[in-house]
Design a protein around this ligand. Structure first.
Ligand code: 87F
Length: 571
């Protein structure tokens, strides 16, 4: 592998482009300009470039195959009619009509900002808060398992990457390299971590000496860089993303096996309990597992609108492959030299993209209460002759009462927006519950609640505000999960023959098929389904297996089936 064949990224040009973008100042939040967003001044070339790239990147969410321009940081791609209509409030496209554009628009309110380097996105506070809530949960859980946090450097020397070249070979085109400092070439180019096995394991070899050094359980919260060339999509596939990566070493395979499943269960909980997204736990096929490991387990989600599966998180048992490569040996109780058993596991900011795709609707985002940084927004509804100050005070008192009870609540007392505009704005941002307070509510000592998930309105006495709101938030969380699960279940199709498989694939189904579990057969299915929208592959073999009657045949090869496996196109 010559560094020349890898991508070199460094230098000042991107920084200069960034400066241009930030001078545009085209985001506007006042009432009059909301109907003419983006259109008030002639777009600069940086703006035009950014807009062009956004169109290419929208195709990513819809799952269409579009390539990122390999030539440079500005991306580019084929020209497409700009379909965005300015309708002022709300979204300009419907989820069912143009999923890619819908996703992009929803993300922009106010989860991400596009950046002038293709495949890179700014995570705004609205999405970062969600990441932090999941992080708090997961971090506490792994600490209960005696995992310790650490931080290893971002840079990888070519030497250690080379050491691991068998497993890195397939990934090599995605490794980004620093080749210069200022104007001079570096003597030795330095890679930017795409994952940290090669960064961490030399030190595992140094730190693990005797059986008392085991188990070693480390985790780091960090960013990684993978220079992808296809379908950049906010959160789902970006060139830099945030994740946690856990790397553990044990004396026995049994301990490693047990941890793989403990971690996978935490990933299930993140999706199902926090993000209200149903997932399937299962085993990856030989083709789809992490090549450097022994076996890979995953949680898999499904996006009904595009008919695509999405790998939610992975928990790998690495076996002793890396221990061999990096000489991670220890002296066991009998005084013999033994090799460690290792695991690695990760979930990333992709989780947020899956959540947006699952729950969003034609009004915008819908955030599950457990991850929403604002769970309740309180909006005053003053009328001409009403006691405006009294209404404002009631709003403030409501927020205080909710906040004291540990509910994340905010008031919107801005006087330059109408209540109707505020309703739409907070709906677009996905706040799970809205409270409206008007003159009649003040008279009746009540507030009006409006659920974001189903629009149901209710008047509740202020005396029981906190209990009611707590209950409502729990109901919303539960309902979002149930609705998402029903939608996914409606897409599952159990098939037995090749014709049924193709028909289900064309209908964007999540296919459950009896399979012989042979690598060659999966490769063949991929080749036979390759087309515009990407090939079908295995997603996982669910741990919960339906009964497989004796004599059931593989849908693709006609050989005896060994297991039920989920198949589909995927992100
Ligand atoms: C891209 C470039 C270089 C994925 C890559 O899943 C290397 C890699 O090793 C690479 N993309 N991978 C596999 C990552 C495996 C593993 N690493 C630790 C995980 C969990 C956390």
């Amino acid at each position: 592998m010559s560094p020349n064949t890898w991508l070199a990224i460094i230098g000042g040009s991107s920084v200069r482009n960034l400066a241009k973008v930030s001078q545009r100042g085209f985001t506007s939040y006042n009432v009059s300009s909301q109907f003419a967003r983006c259109c008030s001044s002639p777009p600069s070339s940086a703006h035009r470039r950014l807009e062009r790239r956004k169109r290419v990147e929208m195709a990513g969410a819809s799952g269409k195959k579009e390539k990122v321009d390999k030539a440079g940081p500005s991306g580019g791609g084929k020209k497409k009619k700009d379909v965005k209509k300015e309708t002022g409030l709300g979204l300009s496209v419907k989820k069912d009509e143009n999923f890619g554009e819908w996703y992009s628009e929803v993300c922009k309110h106010e989860m991400i900002e596009y950046y002038d380097i293709s495949g890179c996105y700014i995570l705004r506070p609205w999405s970062m808060a969600i990441w932090e809530i999941m992080q708090t949960f997961f971090d506490a859980e792994i600490k209960k398992m005696k995992v310790k946090n650490c931080y290893f450097p971002l840079f990888v020397s070519p030497g250690v990457l080379e050491k691991e070249k068998d497993h890195i070979e397939g990934f090599a085109p995605e490794v980004a390299w620093v080749t210069k400092s200022g104007k001079s070439d570096l003597e030795v180019p330095i890679a930017i971590r795409p994952t940290s096995e090669t960064v961490m394991y030399p030190y595992y070899s140094k730190w693990i000496r005797g059986h008392r050094d085991l188990p070693l359980k480390l985790n780091q919260w960090c960013n990684v860089v993978r220079w992808e060339f296809s379908n950049p999509t906010p959160f789902i596939r970006s060139r830099e993303f945030l994740w946690q990566e856990g790397h553990t070493a044990f004396a026995t395979k049994e301990e490693a096996d047990e941890e793989v499943l403990q971690i996978l269960e935490l990933y299930r909980r993140i999706y199902e309990e926090y993000l209200a997204v149903p997932v399937v736990k299962g085993m990856k096929s030989e083709n789809e597992k992490f090549a450097g490991g022994l076996y890979t387990t995953s949680v898999e989600a499904f996006i009904p609108n595009t008919g695509r599966g999405v790998q939610g998180a992975t928990s790998h048992c690495l076996g002793q492959n890396f221990a061999k490569m990096f000489e991670i040996n220890y002296e066991n109780e009998k005084g013999e030299t033994a090799m460690v058993w290792q695991n690695s596991w990760a979930y990333s900011t992709r989780t947020i993209g899956v959540m947006i795709m699952t729950h969003g609707d034609d009004k915008g985002l819908i955030l599950p209460p457990k991850v929403a940084s604002v769970q309740v927004v309180v909006i005053p509804v003053p009328y001409k002759d009403a006691n405006t100050q009294g209404i404002f005070d009631a709003c403030t008192a409501t927020v205080s009462a909710l906040s004291e009870a540990g509910i994340r609540a905010e008031e919107d007392l801005r006087d330059n927006y109408s209540p109707g505009w505020k309703y739409s704005n907070w709906e677009m941002k996905g706040v799970p519950l809205r409270i409206e307070i008007g003159p009649r509510d003040l008279e009746n000592d009540q507030v009006r609640t409006v659920r974001r998930d189903n629009g149901v309105k209710e008047d509740i006495p202020r005396g029981s505000l906190v209990e009611h709101v707590k209950e409502l938030l729990e109901k919303i969380q539960q309902n979002m999960y149930e609705v998402a699960k029903q939608k996914r279940e409606a897409c599952v199709e159990e098939i037995r023959t090749w014709d049924e498989f193709i028909s289900a694939l064309n209908q964007k189904k999540l296919i459950l098929a009896p399979w012989c579990d042979e690598e060659e057969v999966e490769r063949d299915v991929k080749a036979r389904t390759k087309g515009e929208t990407g090939a079908a592959k295995t997603l996982c073999s669910p741990f919960e297996q339906p009964e497989l009657p004796e004599g059931t045949l593989c849908f693709a090869s006609g050989k005896p089936a060994k297991k039920w496996t989920y198949w589909g196109r995927s992100y």
